[in-house]
Design a protein around this ligand. Structure first.
Ligand code: BG6
Ligand code: MG
Length: 211
């Protein structure tokens, strides 16, 4: 029986893809590194430093660990400037209705995100006090596809992983759920899940899974 739903944040509750793209693109352009939307797609669900390694695959030169830390910090500064513009209007269509409906039905909700900017994003979109637990890039040592972020969320809620459902838009996130022994719902075409929906516009998908 599903007692809790663990939501990925970026791409599921709010669309930050464009902000990540613009921030990485600005940093890459300054460094003379080729970067495009297709490369950006590979960064979905992947931690900041792992994302940087993907961006640097196209770099004409090697960077020291110190330089890499500076590049990641610079990208994050650009990214934070962009997400400070987010408002509750940026919550993806249907997400709020689904979250409220789950609450009404006594289902616990949590965030399970790789992002260290989760607290800022939740504040910007007015959901900082909504979730029963928030597990994010600040309290994990292994990023998705490792299950740690979701297992910590389940633990915070006091619910067994087998009684949770993960909602994800990234292949790495679906794999993380699966590896953690958690059922998974894919939105936007993430592969390998137990259940699929194009987006969260319809509560009937949860009604069918939760019963
Ligand atoms: C994930 C995004 O939610 O967070 C990734 O899908 C991103 O693209 C990752 O790299 C880490 O984000 P941040 O905010 O800690 O740099
Ligand atoms: Mg995501």
């Amino acid at each position: 029986m599903i007692k809790a739903v663990l939501f990925d944040l970026d791409g599921v509750i709010v669309s930050t893809d464009r902000c990540h793209y613009r921030a990485w693109k600005r940093m890459a352009d300054e460094e003379g590194i080729y970067f495009d939307e297709k490369i950006n797609d590979r960064l979905r669900g992947v931690s900041r430093m792992a994302s940087l390694e993907i961006v640097l695959e196209r770099s004409p030169r090697a960077y020291t660990e110190e330089e890499k830390a500076a590049l990641a910090a610079r990208k994050n500064d650009y990214y934070k400037d962009l997400i400070r513009e987010l408002t509750p209007a940026d919550i993806l269509p249907g997400a709020m209705e689904n979250l409220n409906e789950l609450k009404k039905n006594g289902i616990l909700t949590a965030v399970g995100s790789s992002s260290k900017n989760t607290p800022l994003i939740l504040r910007q979109i007015g959901l900082d006090a909504f979730f029963d637990a928030v597990s994010d890039g600040n309290n994990i040592s292994h990023s998705k596809p490792d299950p740690e972020v979701f297992l910590k969320a389940a633990e915070m809620l006091g619910v067994e992983p087998a009684d949770c459902l993960v909602v994800e838009d990234a292949d790495a996130g679906i794999e993380a759920g699966r590896r953690g022994g958690i059922k998974t719902l894919s939105v936007k075409g993430a592969v390998g899940a137990d259940y699929f929906a194009p987006d969260l516009s319809d509560y009937s998908i949860f009604r069918r899974i939760i019963r």
